[in-house]
Design a binder for this molecule. Structure first.
Ligand code: GRF
Length: 192
């Protein structure tokens, strides 16, 4: 199976995918890594493994961003993985890749998701609400924001001494497992 990974920043979830492939706990090929920002550190992680990278700058492509990404992946990948990708995909790519685009979000959807809920805002909200548990969700991508069907979730306990920063770190560890597990689940389904 071939996948494309879309990123906007650090790319630690991408790294987790690459590590799992190297350890043979994930049997797929990352054909492309695409970033919507040219300064995304994750691009270097991909280049170190010899994976073709593309920058589709969101400030340049604006409304045509999704179509340009579709043009790059064309029909060459089976699955598109959004790993810390901050732009919203729209239009034809959602039809062409229906149930074949997945996203990871750092909360237990439907809590702390949707418009404006990204980065540290997610964890700040969880702390403000004094939730007992938070976590991460891998879900299919549809035309909404964080609204597609849930594939899997992982939970972390939120302790009274947790800050947005410590919570983000705990959840990120779970994200790294969740993203690999979700791709493996997709693989198993495809092979049936
Ligand atoms: C993760 O918390 C992801 O869930 C969120 O952005 C962060 C990206 O981290 N959407 P990284 O770029 O994979 O390190």
């Amino acid at each position: 199976m071939k996948i494309a990974v879309l990123i906007s920043g650090r790319g630690s979830n991408l790294q987790s995918i690459l590590n799992a492939i190297r350890k043979n706990t994930l049997n797929c090929v990352v054909s492309f890594v695409i970033s919507d920002r040219e300064d995304a550190a994750g691009l270097i992680r991909a280049q170190k493994r010899g994976i073709p990278t593309y920058v589709v700058d969101r400030k340049i492509w604006k409304e045509r961003l999704s179509d340009e990404i579709l043009r790059i992946v064309s029909d060459q990948v089976d699955l598109i993985v959004l790993a810390g990708f901050l732009s919203l995909l729209k239009g034809e790519i959602l039809n062409k890749y229906k149930n074949r685009i997945i996203n990871i979000h750092p909360s237990l959807i439907p809590a702390f998701c949707g418009k404006g809920m990204y980065g540290m805002k997610v964890h700040e909200s969880a702390i403000t609400y004094r939730v007992g548990y938070s976590g991460c969700t891998v879900h299919f991508v549809d035309e909404g924001m964080d609204t597609g069907g849930i594939i899997l979730q992982k939970i972390v306990k939120v302790n009274p001494e947790d800050t947005p920063d410590t919570l983000a770190k705990k959840i990120l560890k779970k994200e790294h497992q969740a993203i690999v597990e979700a791709i493996n689940l997709f693989l198993q389904e495809e092979n049936h």
